[in-house]
Design a protein around this ligand. Sequence first.
Ligand code: URA
Ligand code: SF4
Length: 211
Amino acid sequence: MPAEQTLARIAKEVEVCTKCALHESRKKSVAGEGPADAEIMFIGEGPGFHENEQGRPFVGASGKFLDQLLAQAELTRADVFICNVVKCRPPENRDPQPEELSACDEYLQRQIETINPSIIVTLGRISMGKFFGNVKISAVHGQMQKVGERFVIPMFHPAAALHQPPLKPSILADFAKLPSQLDEARNALGRKAVKKKESSLKRKEKQMSLF
Ligand code: URA
Ligand code: SF4
């Protein structure tokens, strides 16, 4: 099955999933979005208020900031896959509980296998915990490490940087390092660069200019 189709199937399953208690209060599940051949995958924590309303990842305040961070890395949303460790909103944005994380992990695991990214960027402590044991994010943020057949870079959560202004220069600097880390990861994995995607906005601009 082509990778796009596999991702669409996972999203369909997530839409009607009742494997953990988070399904009871969700409005819309948020499977994640981005191209199936993304070289970089971002994994956040879970949908917040706006994500739960729209069914799309990182569309609230942290999402706006994430767009700025992507620009630091010379990336747009069209280039990357963005998702979360839990696909349904935890009530009052509380931390996802261990049983919710383990119930939802199957979907994330299938997304990772399907996309097979060279780099996974974890956003915040909770998604960092999936790949690293008991490490302090303040000590390891921005450092790329080999985990299995790919590389993982833990980063602060954009919302944390919004609430704690001293973290902002740090997270900006970490994103600015991403292009060179991506080169390094490609070399180590023997992979070629995937052609950059035109953002949907640019596509629209081009279409308009034809008239
Ligand atoms: N915070 C997250 O961790 N994920 C989202 O999708 C939005 C905010
Ligand atoms: Fe299913 Fe994950 Fe939603 Fe829980 S959070 S109901 S496991 S999709």
